[in-house]
Design a protein around this ligand. Structure first.
Ligand code: GN1
Ligand code: MG
Length: 369
């Protein structure tokens, strides 16, 4: 076990003796480790938060504390298990929610939740349906949350803000890649207006703002062995935005028949069957709480978030790979193309997606299930 990690872990108010610390997961942003302790004491997750991306880790951890405290109260009221159905932030021995080491890196710890399963995509309609139930339930638990939250990444899912970054990226051409990526750049430009039109509805308040997770990709959900959603993890991006983002990002990842970075584009596409199953689960929990505008734009939100992901991967490629962790020189370009293929697949099936949403809203917004 690395001494440096052990020294950092010992700053946190953990129970038991630290036996070992090993890397886990494949997050694109943070470095994540599991801390094992002796029998009879729990294990923990230790994370180095990426300071390049999260400029104010204490504010981020305060957001996470508020949201998890709120959910924990709901879990307790429903007779659930507060150590399995919501993340528990473990403070440092001096009572802060994060630790800043000598190098200026920020670390945070949570209780490790044992005996769980994670996925990169839904492998069956039943799993997609249960995923939808999980996110619908998560949003219902937070429907009456009204504490202020810090904007930890400014303009995170705000496409107007993303276009401002994008325009600077094109002007800078830091990696000299713009010329060879002209076709991909065209994919972004040709959809600029329709994406801005959607975001304008959020800016004008036609689509309401709520606390949202903002990163509901399927690998950020812990399932139990029966395939039910236990808990939503990776809460770094909980902020106020439109809850449509959480639906859209889930569809982007649950329903993709290929990988997020598939080189074989023939494998990539949105499965209508998985879309229907996820939407069914989601609306069964949450249809009645959605406003008419949210219902109307639910299907579009999958296109919006997937488009934004194409833009972000391509922008990082053009910037010279400064944001996402990459495994090859063209990794961000491969991701861009795969996500673009997924976007096209959604565009092709958009009428059918809207029909499914309308039918399920009719079913669930009127009856109590
Ligand atoms: C990042 O941290 P992780 O790997 O769950 C990113 C998301 C992207 C996702 C793409 C803070 O999520 O926004 O959708 O990669 N998180 C941040 O897979 O930028
Ligand atoms: Mg994650």
């Amino acid at each position: 076990m690395e001494e440096r990690l052990a020294a950092i872990a010992s700053r946190f108010a953990l129970d038991g003796e630290i036996l070992d610390i090993t890397p886990v997961g494949e997050g694109f942003i943070n470095d994540t480790y599991r801390i094992r302790t002796g029998s009879g004491t729990p294990d923990y997750i230790l994370q180095r938060k990426n300071g390049n991306i999260f400029k104010d880790v204490p504010a981020m951890m305060e957001n996470i504390r508020k949201v998890t405290d709120h959910i924990r109260r709901k879990v307790l009221a429903a007779g659930g298990d507060p150590d399995r159905e919501v993340l528990r932030v473990i403070p440092t021995r001096s009572g802060s929610l994060s630790h800043r080491d000598e190098a200026g890196e920020h670390w945070a710890a949570t209780l490790f939740i044992d005996d769980t399963v994670t996925y990169d995509r839904a492998d069956s309609p039943e799993l997609a349906r249960k995923g939808g139930i999980g996110i619908g339930h998560f949003q219902s638990q937070l429907a009456d949350f009204d504490e202020p939250l810090a904007e930890t990444i400014p303009g995170f899912h705000n496409i107007r803000h993303r276009f401002a970054q994008w325009d600077r990226t094109l002007a800078r051409d830091a990696a000299g890649r713009c010329r060879s990526a002209a076709e991909e750049i065209g994919w972004i430009e040709s959809r600029r207006e329709e994406m801005l039109a959607f975001w304008r509805l959020v800016e004008e308040g036609v689509i309401p703002r709520h606390v949202t997770h903002n990163d509901t990709k399927i690998s950020n959900i812990l399932f139990d062995r029966a395939g039910n959603v236990l808990c939503v993890i990776d809460l770094d991006t909980v902020m106020n935005s439109t809850s449509l983002n959480d639906f859209g990002d889930a569809i982007r990842t649950y329903t993709n028949t290929g990988a997020e970075d598939d080189r074989d584009l023939r494998r990539v596409g949105m499965s209508m069957e998985l879309f229907t199953a996820y939407t069914e689960g989601y609306l069964s929990q949450h249809a009645r709480e959605l406003s008419p505008s949210e219902r109307e734009y639910l299907a579009f939100s999958a296109r919006y978030i997937t488009y934004e992901q194409v833009l972000r991967f391509l922008m990082d490629y053009l910037d010279g790979d400064t944001y996402y962790k990459t495994r090859s020189a063209d990794h961000n370009l491969v991701r861009t193309r795969a996500q673009y293929r997924l976007l096209q697949s959604m565009e092709e099936q958009y009428d059918a997606m809207c029909d499914v949403v309308r039918r399920l809203v009719d079913r669930y917004a009127t009856t109590k299930h």
